[in-house]
Structure formats: structure tokens, C-alpha cells
Design a protein around this ligand. Structure first.
Ligand SMILES: [Fe+2]
Length: 191
């Protein structure tokens, strides 16, 4: 419940991405359960997912809502949101685990991610899941200016990113299996 309130605050800030945080929360919980993690871990993944972009509250709307591409400088500012997520969640007692699951969602296994440039050996399974789910959700959700991609196309992009050494290949396979089976159940149309 608390997670939903924070997700709502983040999502409210930008109507363009108005369901992104809740979408990441739901996907993270689903995938966690699908991969066999226990109930407590899966619920913690929901909460960490709901909070992953909380740092965006510290970024100006002229950047968050800018139509079109960000300049290099604007992108540098935008990247700070992940560090702000870390520092905001760092203020909560007994929250270190979920702080990291949330704040490392833009880190890459090869060390080229942000904000901390963490490497594979510093990123655990939950942090790797969050990175995959954030991208999967962003690609598949519809926004005012674009229709969401099919799960299939999104999975191809994830697998491509895994091939570049950014994401965990095994987890992208799990994303495909988890959301592919849901796709079949819901029989959503493909793009
Ligand atoms: Fe983010």
C-alpha cells in the first residue's frame, strides 16, 4: 500500500509515464514469483519496483517531460535520478536491500551503467531483475506519443542488450518465458 502511494507520486509527476512505476512493481513481483522466489522476496520486489524512480521527484519537469531527445547536459541531469533514489531510500531504516534493488536499475553488468558504474560481481539477482523489468515495462507500455511494443519485440531487444553484456542473459530468458506465457493467456494482439 505504501509502495503504491509513492509510485503514484512519481507517476503523477509525469502523465507521459503515468503507469510506469506501478507497471515495474507488478512485473517485478510477477517475475520474482515466476522464478521461484518466495512470497516475501516477491512482495519486496513489488515495493522496490514501485520506488525505483522515486529520485525523479528531484529532477525538473522541463527535463522529465521534454518532448523529443534530451541534450547531453540534460541527460546527465536525468541520470542523477537513480542516485537520488539511492539517497532517498537510504534515509529509511532497515531498507538497505530494497534501496539497492530499486536504485541499481540503470546499472549494467559490464560496468557501463549509472549512477555508480557497478559491475556484474556487485549486482545480485534482484538488482539484475529490476534492470530487465524496467526496460521491459518501458518498451511495452503505451504512452501518449507511442503504442507499447509487443512482448516479443521487447524480449528481442532485451536479449540484444544481454548480448552486449548489459543485462543478465538468464534473466532475459526468464522474462520471455514469464511474460510470453501471460501474453498467450491474455491473447493480446501483436504489433
Ligand atoms: Fe529510472
Amino acid at each position: 500500500m505504501t509502495g503504491e502511494i509513492f509510485a503514484w507520486i512519481v507517476d503523477y509527476k509525469s502523465p507521459f509515464t503515468s503507469t510506469h512505476s506501478i507497471g515495474v512493481a507488478e512485473d517485478a513481483e510477477k517475475l520474482s514469483r515466476f522464478m521461484g522466489f518466495d512470497e516475501e522476496t516477491s512482495q519486496k520486489m513489488y515495493l522496490a519496483g514501485a520506488l525505483h524512480d522515486i529520485g525523479k521527484v528531484a529532477i525538473g519537469n522541463e527535463i522529465i517531460e521534454k518532448p523529443g531527445r534530451l541534450t547531453e547536459d540534460e541527460f546527465a541531469v536525468m541520470k542523477h535520478h537513480a542516485a537520488y533514489t539511492y539517497y532517498i531510500l537510504n534515509e529509511i531504516d532497515d531498507f538497505d536491500e530494497m534501496r539497492d534493488w530499486a536504485a541499481f536499475h540503470h546499472e549494467r553488468l559490464d560496468g557501463t551503467g549509472y549512477p555508480f558504474g557497478k559491475k556484474a560481481e556487485e549486482l545480485n539477482t534482484q538488482e539484475r531483475i529490476m534492470a530487465c523489468v524496467d526496460i521491459y515495462q518501458a518498451l511495452t507500455e503505451s504512452r501518449p506519443y507511442k503504442k507499447g511494443m509487443s512482448y516479443k519485440k521487447a524480449c528481442e531487444i532485451l536479449e540484444d542488450m544481454a548480448g552486449k553484456g548489459w543485462l543478465d542473459t538468464e534473466i532475459t530468458v526468464q522474462v520471455d518465458a514469464c511474460f510470453g506465457s501471460m501474453e498467450n493467456r491474455n491473447s493480446k494482439e501483436e504489433n
